[in-house]
Design a protein around this ligand. Structure first.
Ligand code: SF4
Ligand code: FES
Length: 248
């Protein structure tokens, strides 16, 4: 199939960006979206032009490095799919695709489709950890965890920190990401020691990082490639309000 790509090109954070038109010819339906861009980039390099910058690492949907908007949808049109796992069979010959970086004040553009997501790292550093003894791993059965809590914690821990929730949200809120990180520790016995402090510090940091507030629109859950549920936002709010109340 042949496609027309309109790609956001921006040299660096300080310069102005613009959409540029490219043709992707003889695209194989079994290619991933990033492999299609690899081929486009090989053509650009051969022609002496600057390749399109995009972020990637695992290309297996687990690291959270990749992600950009395809025709206005974070990670593209397939639900529960990162852009590295999106295959070209979901597109058809003659399609025109518009590729843009995540748009959020807290995620400044570094180059083309790559944004700076270090604000997420700073939210984690504010409280996304537990007190744990170093040394050998404890026996798996030493700390009993109710099955329901273990399942919910595992679901929240699936968050890969890609930032699609922020990009999809009209408020550019990081509530789903922060809620997932607070939940996956707060649901487990090992996460109780810092539970209140974690909620206070991570929410404070997220507010300092220029993310917007959550107004329960739900675009985050719809765009999330790991299908993280909004119930994690409610859990974050409960932990935060409880910690605030106890702080009085
Ligand atoms: S909540 Fe979903 S969309 Fe947001 S960072 Fe985590 S995996 Fe990505
Ligand atoms: S490159 Fe790792 S999730 Fe896409």
């Amino acid at each position: 199939m042949n496609l027309v790509l309109h790609v956001w090109r921006q040299r660096n954070a300080a310069s102005e960006g613009r959409m540029e038109r490219y043709e992707a010819k003889d695209v194989n339906a079994d290619m991933s979206f990033l492999e299609m861009l690899d081929v486009v980039n090989e053509g650009l390099i051969a022609a002496g032009q600057e390749p399109i910058a995009f972020e990637h690492d695992c290309r297996e949907g687990i690291c959270g490095s990749c992600g950009f908007m395809i025709n206005g949808a974070a990670h593209g049109p397939e639900r529960g799919t990162t852009v590295c796992q999106l295959h070209m069979r979901h597109f058809k010959d003659g399609d025109e695709l518009y590729l843009e970086p995540w748009r959020a004040k807290a995620f400044p553009v570094i180059k083309d489709l790559v944004v700076d997501r270090s604000a997420f790292d700073r939210i984690i550093a504010a409280g996304g950890y537990i007190t744990a003894h170093t040394g050998s791993a404890p026996d798996g059965n030493a700390v009993p965890v109710p099955k329901e809590n273990a399942d919910r914690a595992m679901d929240a821990a699936a968050c890969i920190g890609c930032g699609a929730c922020v990009a999809a949200c009209p408020n550019a809120s990081a509530a789903l990401f922060t809620g997932a990180k607070i939940s996956h520790l707060g649901l487990l016995p090992q996460g109780q020691a810092e539970r209140s402090r974690r909620a206070l510090r991570m929410v404070a940091r997220y507010n300092e990082e220029l993310f917007g507030s959550c107004t329960n629109i739900g675009e985050c859950e719809a765009a999330c490639p790991k299908e993280i549920r909004m119930e994690n936002i409610a859990r974050m709010n409960r932990d935060y309000l409880k910690a605030k109340w106890n702080d009085r």
